[in-house]
Design a protein around this ligand. Structure first.
Ligand SMILES: [Cu+2]
Length: 171
């Protein structure tokens, strides 16, 4: 019984951990690619990080201006352009067709980087998947304990009380 007394609290603990600490990973921009706009240092070093970003069709790209000046991202073929972003602002562009787009910052055209858009490889995941059913924990020890070893029966051939005459007695 001492074993059961140990297993039950452990099971309760495991279940509570599963229930409380199950990670719920939710992100508004799930799957988005992030590009940081920076303008620290000399102007010629201003730019985008990373300088080449690869996404799939339908996967958003988010530009965030971490610099002190206003910047944008504008495709040199004119097909798309973000608003002018002030410090801390961001803009999202989602590409509907594959292609390679070199883009620049309109006020600072030496700032340049590339977006590569590939065809979508898989069907988009559902927006709100139902959470998976909780998995019941496996029993701690599924094998039954070995059968108790029955005590050997008392030897029936041994007389319980054998009286012997002591020949020395009264001789
Ligand atoms: Cu700029």
């Amino acid at each position: 019984m001492s074993r059961l007394r140990l297993i039950i609290p452990v099971l309760v603990l495991v279940l509570s951990i599963i229930g409380v600490a199950a990670p719920s990973i939710t992100s508004a921009a799930a799957g988005a690619a992030a590009v940081t706009i920076h303008d620290d240092g000399d102007a010629p070093t201003w730019g985008y990080t990373p300088t080449s970003t690869t996404v799939e069709v339908g996967q958003p790209v988010i530009w965030t201006n971490s610099g002190a000046f206003a910047h944008d991202a504008a495709s040199i073929d004119g097909s798309w352009k973000t608003p002018l972003l002030n410090t801390g602002e961001s803009a999202t562009v989602t590409f509907a067709t594959p292609g390679t787009f070199t883009y620049i910052c309109t006020p600072h055209p030496w700032m340049q980087a590339t977006i590569v858009v590939k065809p979508a490889s898989v069907a988009p995941a559902p927006a709100d998947p139902t959470p998976p059913a909780a998995v019941a924990p496996a029993p701690a020890d599924p094998t039954p304990p070995p059968a108790a070893i029955a005590p050997a029966p008392a030897d029936p051939g041994t007389p319980a009380d054998q009286q012997t005459e002591d020949p020395a007695d009264g001789g």
